[in-house]
Design a protein around this ligand. Sequence first.
Ligand SMILES: [Zn+2]
Ligand SMILES: [Zn+2]
Length: 446
Amino acid sequence: MGFFNWVFVIFVLNFFSSKPAFSGSSSSTSIGLSGIPDRFLQFAKKPELFDWMVGIRREIHENPELGFEEFETSKLIRAELDKMGVRYKYPVAVTGVIGFVGTGGPPFVAIRADMDALSMQEMVEWEHKSRNPGKMHACGHDAHVAMLLGAAKILQEHREELKGTVVLVFQPAEEGRGGAMKMIDAGVLENVNAIFGLHVAPNLPVGEVHSRAGPIGAGSGFFEAVISGKGGHAAIPQHSVDPILAASNVIVSLQHLVSREADPLDPQVVTVAKFQGGGAFNVIPDSVTIGGTFRAFSRESFMQLRLRIEEVITGQAAVQRCNATVDFFTQDKPFFPPTINHEGLHEHFLNVAGDMLGTHKVKDLKPLTGSEDFAFYQEVVPGYFFLLGMENKTRGRLESSHSPYFQINEDSFPYGAALHASLAARYLHEFQPEVSFSDTKHHDEL
Ligand SMILES: [Zn+2]
Ligand SMILES: [Zn+2]
């Protein structure tokens, strides 16, 4: 994938970026590279920008829309981009929007926000509560859109400083519907050199960011199996083929995949979360349906689990004379790959976030068994994903995402917007392949 070249270029250019930027014949228009994060953060904290982001987030929060139905959210995004004078493409993957800020030429760096809500009822009583029954922004994607628009504003205001093009990716349907895949199919990553994304984190302090190089989120898939036998009277089992017993043994055998076949140092999960069959005390049913999820941190482990889940279900069902069919729903719920952060971009993130927040606020993240469809982008181009803290202990604990009591600490917005903008702007300065090679030669003697 040409990653080695990138790592090399990254190394060389990080070296330059750590040098004082205002050396020699700097004029008033010179750009302090290391100063970008702080300048952008100060800009994002201005009441005009902060209040505007909060307003957008609350408007989206009141009108949550599910995956591929984000028509009003998308309209709002386009209206704001129009006001800013930012060019964009629409529609992309049904409701998606792709904006462009900067020179219009290479290099291209993308920053991404997801737009969809969840099908659940909001239980928080507040002025901007969801007006759509059974739908709620309980994962913070309303905040993600507001912060990406904030980044667009910062970048547009500083467009003269950009050494390439920032691609703003407003993506539909993150929650299990494969919106990222559709965006990629629509060409969103064409010519893009790298992509950055973030997620709000209710349990991490506001003003902190957490991430790491390598895997941070698991690959995830779903399965459902129908185990069929022959129904009959519960008192004369010899005339039936009992799918309840077969399904029970299938579940026990599935639990041996992680405990006996997986490397204990390679975390994996198999959970059977659904068991449906029978309806009477005295009737053996014809069939039982079971279903669940499986997770792993590498594509190889994930595909091995998938293979063995199918083999164990059909093989173990056959032991009890049952037939089984297994469905992995790849049409409606595509497998999410593991979220794997690029090594070189991790260095870039540490530099930029460290300059903005102080290195003590940039912390190592333990991998999570959750999954995120940002991983699809990372399979195509170098990508980096991080968590943005929201917790303010003096205001009490925030509920976890996907809770009906989920709330956002809007004080995190300036950090998210400024990080998006700074990661992109500094990337364009530091990752210029043509510049890098001549500079590399030039600085060889160093
Ligand atoms: Zn979610
Ligand atoms: Zn989410």
